[in-house]
Design a protein around this ligand. Structure first.
Ligand code: FAS
Ligand code: PHB
Length: 429
């Protein structure tokens, strides 16, 4: 904690000298001058989604202060319907962050999933192959729990921020400028965590001649609905049907989440609820289709599918986390979970910097995070290739896809490999 002490002392000294012209409220180590215009903290976090909030809370547990800058309102962030399946790694991080009680009370522990094709259905036994389950608990609830624990700790979160610019990321004194309702603000910090998602500013702060980007855009999207109906099955069902992919998931006993593969030029308003239910029935196993409980959709949206990675995930004192650095097709439920492993690596690196005066973690961050990112990219691409019907698929391609499903259905080693990837590969030490 030596570094932390000297940081606090110098920060106090420099601020005491300035105290004549400013008043400041100490908010978790972050200090704001009377205009609210300038803040000094240890880690400036761009983005108040799951990555940014989880990192902020984990840092807080070690007395490392941070400021989270979020472009939207809290309600807007909570209104996004996204991931539903948590790996044990993320479950552990939520426990470490001190906000796992509701997840354990309301989440569903799943030991397997069903896969269907050509009127056949088989189960991948996560527990049998790996001894590890997954937790079904919506990203919205994860984010809600993180907001709650940050607010309880007086965490500094600025909403509705605009014009965010990261300065001196490759120098020793980075800072972030931004505005709130036209009011200019500045955060001076030791490090910047870019947790601002695919459309954020952090990735683009890394010069183009430093960045290398890899991308694959899939020729289809997912039309998803949320309905206040009981799930059709107690475990998820991934379906490969001649009409396209479908997924049956859930949020709780009374809230179901369903997806069907759709074309990229489709729109949610093209689909009445009845049309969606009829199409879903055509794509899932008949015994489940017959017992499907339908109802009005309370959310209906289309998500495009892409695989994307940017390298490196660090530039000077700027570190990219989560969707700011990588995107996966949601088939393997790896988006949120890979963001979580980034946060784990960055949190432990910053903890070691402040507590042990060690640069080893921050110097190894990008390489260590990318090693796991690419394995998640591979699994998500593989599972998407296995389960979706591609517009340009030849008869040969289709035969290979079915043979792959036959092999997965009949081979223990193949099922073990799938289970190990789905429940989440270990976080490298
Ligand atoms: P996020 O995008 O969640 O959060 C980034 C935050 O930064 C946002 O709140 C944004 O408002 C803010 N921000 C952006 N620019 C900013 C700026 N300039 N200044 C300040 N703040 C800024 N994953 C799954 O595992 N399963 C799924 O089913 C699934 N479905 C998805 C559906 C959709 C439509 C999308 C887009 C993603 C889906 N994902 C899914 C992936 C998703 O869950 C992400 O992996 C997860 O949100 C990553 O979290 P963050 O890295 O925090 O990024
Ligand atoms: C979801 O419940 O939203 C969900 C579950 C598993 C996936 C994708 C999405 O692979």
């Amino acid at each position: 904690m030596v570094i932390n002490f000297w940081y606090q002392l110098t920060a106090d000294l420099s601020w005491r000298i300035a105290i004549g012209c400013t008043t400041f409220a100490v908010v978790l180590g972050a200090r704001i001058d009377k205009s609210g215009g300038q803040v000094k903290t240890q880690v400036a976090i761009i983005g108040g989604g799951p990555s940014g909030l989880l990192l902020s809370q984990l840092l807080h547990t070690r007395g490392i202060d941070s400021v989270v800058l979020e472009r939207k309102t809290k309600d807007y962030v909570l209104g996004r319907i996204r991931a539903g399946v948590l790996e044990q790694g993320l479950v552990g991080l939520m426990e470490q962050a001190g906000c796992a009680d509701r997840m354990h009370a309301e989440g569903f522990v799943h030991d397997g999933t069903l896969i269907s094709y050509q009127d056949q259905t088989f189960r991948i036994d996560f527990g049998g192959h790996t001894g590890t389950p997954v937790m079904v608990y919506g990203q919205t609830e994860v984010t809600r729990d993180l907001y709650q624990v940050r607010e309880a700790a007086n965490g500094k979160i600025e909403y509705n921020v605009e014009d965010v610019i990261i300065h001196n990321a490759d120098g020793d004194r980075p800072f972030v400028t931004y505005t709130v309702a036209g009011d200019a603000r500045r955060v001076d910090c030791d490090f910047v965590a870019g947790c601002d998602g695919f459309h954020g500013v952090s990735r683009k702060t890394i010069p183009q001649d430093v960045r290398r980007e890899y991308e694959k855009v899939y020729p289809f999207g997912w039309l998803g609905i949320l309905s206040e109906t009981p799930p059709v099955n107690h475990e998820l069902i991934y379906a490969n049907s001649p009409r396209g992919f479908a997924l049956c998931s859930m949020r709780n006993e009374k809230l179901s989440r369903y997806y069907i593969q759709c074309s990229l030029d489709d729109h949610p308003e093209n689909w009445t609820d009845d049309a969606f239910w009829a199409e879903l029935r055509r794509r899932i196993p008949k015994d489940h289709a017959d017992k499907l409980v339908t109802g009005p959709s309370i959310e209906k949206s289309i998500a495009p599918l892409r695989s994307f990675v940017t390298e490196p995930m660090r530039w000077g004192r700027l570190f990219l986390c989560g969707d700011a650095a990588h995107i996966v097709p949601p088939t393997g439920a790896k988006g949120l979970n890979t963001a979580a492993s980034d946060v784990h690596y960055l949190y432990t690196a910053l903890r070691d910097f402040y507590e042990n005066a060690s640069d080893a973690g921050i110097d190894a961050y990008s390489q260590k995070a990318l090693a796991r990112v690419w394995k998640a990219e591979r699994f998500s691409w593989w599972f998407s290739s296995l389960m979706h019907r591609y517009p340009d698929q030849s008869d040969f391609d289709l035969k290979i896809q079915i043979a792959e499903l036959e092999f997965l259905k009949s081979n223990t080693a193949a099922q073990k490999a799938m289970a190990e990837n789905y429940v989440g590969l270990p976080y490298e030490r």
